[in-house]
Write a protein that binds this ligand. Structure first.
Ligand code: GRF
Length: 219
């Protein structure tokens, strides 16, 4: 049975697209069960274009954050999602949600965590004079950008880098890293038992966005 993946977005959805394209490859045992957005996100149109099931569950349609989250959970249940990938989802999830989805809930963050949690990570990396920057995939805990890091990809900061150039470099790596996490979960190279990851070293299924590397997990 392919791994059923739900993706939660709030914005343009480029990571969602990278995940969906990867999951669509014949040798990747995963399928996108649903793409959910909490606001009228640009990424919903991209998901529809890819033929994915989508739903806009708008925060503005619910009186409280708890009601909104309950609607999200119902949609995840309906889609029979095995795992949930947050991909630019700009809303904190409750402790209850994180607990119920322990080991099945993941996020991508544009920094080398634990450095630069929160927003504006590229500006923070430049202001700190960092030589390296990058992106992280991690398990999700109730505290923002705080769950256990599973894998990272690095970029070098060069003297000519601006916030924009750095964002573009990191995004390119995000589009490799998040599919790699999906491939590791779908193929069983990464198993999370009782919230504890067990990683095996091995080749990932499929190329990632037409690239031969990275083909091995952990990357
Ligand atoms: C990415 O940089 C991701 O790491 C962060 O939000 C951004 C979302 O971009 N969490 P996109 O919507 O996937 O294009």
């Amino acid at each position: 049975m392919p791994l059923r993946v739900a993706i939660l977005i709030s914005g343009r959805g480029s990571n969602m697209t990278a995940l969906a394209k990867y999951a669509a490859q014949d040798d990747v045992p995963a399928e996108i069960a649903v793409v959910l957005a909490d606001q009228p996100a640009e990424g919903l149109a991209a998901a529809e274009k890819l033929g994915l099931p989508t739903a806009a569950i708008l925060r503005s349609d619910y009186a409280t954050a708890a009601d909104h989250e309950a609607a999200i959970i119902e949609a995840l249940d309906q889609a029979k999602a095995d795992v949930v990938f947050l991909a630019g989802y700009m809303r904190l999830l409750s402790a209850r949600f994180c607990h119920d989805y322990e080991g099945r809930l993941f996020n991508i963050h544009p920094s080398l965590l634990p450095r630069h949690k929160g927003l504006d990570t590229h500006a923070k990396a430049l202001a700190a004079g960092d030589e390296a920057h990058g992106c992280s995939v991690h398990m999700v805990s109730p505290e923002m950008d705080d769950g256990l890091v599973l894998a990272q990809r690095q970029v070098r900061i060069t003297p000519d880098d601006t916030e924009e150039s750095l964002a573009a470099k990191v995004l390119k790596q995000e589009h490799l890293l998040y599919p790699a996490l999906l491939g590791a979960l779908a193929s069983g190279l990464l198993v999370i038992k009782d919230g504890v990851p067990e990683m095996q070293i091995g080749p990932l299924p499929g190329q990632i966005n037409g690239q031969e590397a990275p083909m091995n997990w952990p990357i």
